[in-house]
Design a binder for this molecule. Sequence first.
Ligand code: UD1
Ligand code: CA
Length: 488
Amino acid sequence: MKIKTIILAAGKGTRMRSELPKILHKIANKPLLKHVYDMSRQLEDNSIKIVYGHGAELVRETLSDLDVVWIEQKEQLGTGHAVQQVSDLISDTDDVLILYGDVPLLKLSSVKQLISNVNDQALALLTVNLENSTGYGRIVRNEMGQVIRIVEEKDANDLEKLINEVNTGIMAMPGNKLKKWLSQLNNSNAQGEYYLTDIIEMAVTDGVTIVTSQPETVDEVLGVNNRIQLSHLERVYQQEQASKLMEQGVTLRDPARFDLRGSIEMLGQDIEIDVNVILEGSNSIGSNVKIGANTHIKNSIIGDNVEILDLCVIENAVIGNGSRIGPYARLRPESVLAEDVHIGNFVEIKKSSVAAGSKINHLSYIGDTTVGSKVNIGAGTITCNYDGVNKFRTIIEDGAFIGSDTQLIAPVTVGKNATIGAGSTITRDTPEDQLTLSRAKQTTIDGWQRPIKHDCMDAGGRAVSGTSADDCMDAGVRTMSGTIVEEK
Ligand code: UD1
Ligand code: CA
C-alpha cells in the first residue's frame, strides 16, 4: 500500500516569540520540520506533502532540498482546513498518514505500528495518557471502550476535561475515506476552526473502527510550542544519542553535558569524551581517541590514538593517527594533519597540511602552508599568507627547524633540513641544510641610566602624582625618592 504523508506545518507558533517560523527552530542544529521529514523519509513507498503557511518564503528557502510537494495554506483555519488543501492530491488507494511539523521526536517504530493498524475499515490513531491533559483534544470512548470521538479542550465539558487519554494529532486512514470526511467538515465549534479531529466521529458513523496505539515514551509525541519545550526536547534527544554512543562503547564522562549535532560516520573503540564536548555535522572518530573538556569538533576525521586536549575548536579537519592537539588549539577548514603531529596551545592552522611527526607547539599561525615531515616550528611563528588582496602559500620542507618568533612572508619555501634563526622575517626562499636568519644587530648603550619616577610632596607631605623631577625642582620641594631638590 502506498503511503501519502501529510506534514502539517503552517502554524505560526506565537508562543515561540520569534521572527523565525516555529518549524525552523532547531533541535541538535536541525530544523524541527527536518526531523519529522527525515523520520518519515524512512517509510517505504512514501511520498510526502508539507502544508506550510506562516513564514512561507523562508520555510521553502531553508528546506529547499527536501523531496516533497509543498502546499501552501494561505490562511490557517485549522488542522482540518490544512489537510483539505491536499485533498485533490490524495488518491483513493493511498493510505494517508498525518504528522505534525512541530513534533520532532516521533519514532519510526511508532509510525510503522500506527500504519499497520490501517485498513478499509479502520482508522489508526496515536494517543497518549497524560497526567495533565490540559490543552489537548480528549479521546472519548463508549462503555465498550471504543473511541467514538475527540473533543477539543475548548469544547469539552467538565467530565470530558477529566479524561487523561489525549489525541497526539498523529493518525492514518484510507485515502478515499479521508477525502469524503474532509468534504463534510465545518467550523461550528468554540474556536471557529475546521478541526481534523471531527473526522473521528464521522468515521464511527460510517462504521469504521478507530484503532489506537501508543508511543513508547510521551516525549515522542510532545510538540514544541515555546522555548522551554524546545530545550526539553533538545535534552531528551541528546540523552538518547548519548545513550546510543555509550551502548556502542564510548565513555562519556557526563552524558548530560554532551551534544551531538549531526552524525558520527565511523566510530572506533574505547573513545573517551570529557564534559561539554560538541560534535557537529558529520564526524569520524577512530579508536582510543580522547577528547578533552569544552571542545567543539565539526565535520572532521579523527584517526586512531588521537588525543585532543581541553578547549579546542576543530572544523573540516583531518587528524592523523597518534596526533596530539591542544589545549587551546584551533584547526580551521582544510587542515590536514598526518600521523603523530603535535599541535599545541594557541596554535591556529588553516588550509594547511602537516606531514608526519611535525610539531607546532606554541602560539603560531600556520595558514595556506605545506609543512613537511619532522618539522619543528618554534613558538610564535607566523606565516604571513595575505597581502591584503591575495593569499600565498608557504612551503616548509621535511626536517626544517623554524626558530621562535619567525615570520614567513609567503610565497616562500624553507628548504629541507633548513634552520631559521629565531626572530627572523623570511622573505626569500631559504636553502636546504643551512642556517638562515634575518635579525638586527644587538647593541648595548654605554652609561645609559634607567629613568626614575619623581613624585613631589606637597606642604603636608602628601604625594603629588604625575610630577617630574623638574616640577619638583621648580617648586623647590622634596621628591618622593627622598632627595632634597635645591632651589635654582
Ligand atoms: C491539535 C488537535 C488536538 C491535539 C493536539 C496535539 C485539532 C483540532 N486538535 O490541537 O486534538 O490534542 O493537536 O498537539 O486537530 N496547523 C496547520 N494549519 C492550521 C492549523 C494547524 O498547518 O490551520 C498545524 C500546526 O502548524 C501544527 C499542527 O497543525 O503543526 C497542530 O496545530 P495546533 O494549532 O498546534 O493544534 P492544537 O490546537 O494544539
Ligand atoms: Ca499544538
